[in-house]
Write a protein that binds this ligand. Structure first.
Ligand code: NAD
Length: 468
């Protein structure tokens, strides 16, 4: 028994066994979560398939239910926040905001118009393109934004008329279990099923014969496995994967002004954002001033348990990730880089790492070439625009990037040359439910959000009526 249950067919269901969930602020197991059995996963898919029959048939009912789901999430911040902070580590205020953001996403899709498109109306025929639901969706989420990223899948998939089985990361299962319990109060049984378990459960889901679509957010390595696993029966797949976003500063930026913006873009959520700034490119002449201003801002960040209202930066979410960040920073330092602030784990319990700015690390260093996904940021000098654009694009990642300058046109011209799903000017991690979000190259397949994300949960059907 655990205090939070899986939701299968509208019922709260315990699993035959449980697994421990660690609080990253202490490094200790603080709670248990149900470990879904294979039979229970079958039951979840069966419940979703059964619910699909009615759910697909009434769009008005779906919109009404999604509006209620949005309201339930708007009201859930104080319930979800502490559960999320205890397992994820992020500051409590940010954890509560995840519930609000999920409400915002649900409301956006509840209200999104889905017009039928007439493609022919002449003497021969009347023809329309319409969108049909796919059936049952298997949704798999990571540990950095468990609630928000679940809503990116739930809202469009359900609006389109699909039903879902959702599995959160084993590192952060409890907030999503709670979300499932809350939404089960307003959604018909079986429309949204939430199960928890380890990575093995994810493998069972992608190989299962029932779902027609896998919607996955996580790492590149796992995304490739998911794609392969979904291929034999041609399940549709959307993959939102990792990034190694460059931020390019042009030669007319004000270093003092950039400090706060770079800090927010790189260190929010302890740097654990797929589209966080992970490399900063600065003109040689501005390098030292930018490093000084940024280092001062980063050094001032208060690191601590997310339950402490003073904390700006929580712990790294889990031990393997903490070890990875530690390893990448140590590797850079051993290769001759300098930490102008931070550079090491924080002494004491939990997975705390000092927010770190690195200079003297360039391409060829792991922390520049790989996705660090943590509170450590390399600042890299460049000579000219052609050089920096080439270096920004010379990666297998292509999630997003940004260019910064008071001259928006000049920055926009450089942003046009970035090979990535979102190219920002004077912003980074500026996301919304109306904006399609996805990656070029190994950063993903397909997009989420907006009408384009909704389309990813549908099949196109032509309705053709011959005349005469
Ligand atoms: P992960 O790939 O390790 O795990 C993600 C999910 O996949 C978890 O629920 C996990 O249990 C499950 N899983 C693991 N192996 C599986 C398998 N073989 N088959 C099916 N499911 C499996 O990723 P993570 O460490 O939880 O998340 C961090 C990564 O996610 C980073 O690379 C980050 O950039 C990426 N991410 C991407 C986006 C985006 O929208 N592009 C958003 C957030 C995070």
């Amino acid at each position: 028994m655990t205090d939070l249950s899986m939701t299968i067919g509208g019922e709260r269901v315990d699993a035959p066994s449980t697994f421990g969930v660690v609080n990253p602020a202490t490094g200790e197991v603080h709670a248990q979560a149900p470990d879904c059995s294979r039979e229970q996963l079958d039951q979840a898919f069966e419940a979703a398939a059964k619910a699909f029959v009615d759910w697909r048939s009434d769009e008005d009912a779906r919109r009404a239910a999604l509006t209620e789901a949005a309201n339930a999430m708007f009201a859930a911040g104080e319930r979800i926040g502490p559960v999320l902070t205890a397992e994820q580590g992020k500051p409590l205020a940010a954890a509560g905001v995840e519930a609000l953001a999920a409400g915002f996403w649900l409301k956006y899709f509840a209200d999104l118009e889905t017009p039928r498109e007439v493609i022919q109306d002449d003497a021969a025929a009347y023809a329309e393109v319409v969108r049909r639901p796919m059936g049952v969706v298997a949704a798999i989420t990571p540990w950095n934004f468990p609630i928000v990223l679940a809503s990116w899948k739930i809202a469009p998939a359900l609006l389109a008329g699909n039903t879902m089985v959702l599995k959160p990361s084993p590192f952060t299962p409890r907030s999503t279990l709670l979300m499932g319990e809350i939404l089960s109060e307003v959604l018909p049984p079986g429309v949204l099923n939430v199960v928890s378990g380890g990575d093995e459960l994810g493998k069972w889901m992608t190989a299962h014969p029932t779902p027609r679509k896998v919607s996955f957010t996580g790492s590149v390595a796992t995304g490739k496995h998911v794609n392969a696993s979904a291929a034999p029966d041609l399940k549709r797949v959307t993959l939102e994967l990792g990034g190694n976003d460059p931020a390019i500063l042009l030669d007319d930026v004000d270093p003092a002004e950039m400090a706060e913006k770079l800090y927010a873009g790189a260190f929010d959520n302890c740097g654990q954002i797929c589209s966080a700034i992970k490399r900063v490119y600065v003109p040689e002449a501005l390098h030292d001033d930018v490093v000084d201003a940024l280092s001062a801002r980063v050094a001032a960040a208060k690191v601590g348990d997310g339950m402490d209202p003073e904390s700006e930066v929580g712990p790294v979410q889990n031990k393997p990730q903490y070890e990875r960040v530690s390893e990448l920073v140590a590797d850079a330092l051993a290769g001759g880089a300098t930490a102008t602030t931070g550079g090491a784990p924080v002494d004491g319990p939990g997975y705390f790492f000092q927010p770190t700015v690195l200079t003297g690390a360039a391409e060829g260093t792991r922390i520049v070439d790989e996705e660090q996904f943590g509170p450590a940021l390399p600042v890299i000098p460049y000579r000219d625009i052609d050089d920096v654009v080439e270096r920004a694009n010379a990666t297998t990642f292509g999630l997003s990037g940004s260019v910064w300058s008071p001259d928006v046109e000049k920055a926009g011209a450089v942003a046009e040359r970035l090979e990535c799903g979102t190219a920002w000017v004077n912003a980074h991690v500026a996301l919304g439910p109306h904006q399609p979000f996805g990656g070029f190259k190994w950063s993903g397949l397909g997009v989420e959000n907006g009408p384009w994300g909704l389309a990813g949960f549908t099949e196109i059907q032509v309705q053709y009526r011959a005349k005469g």
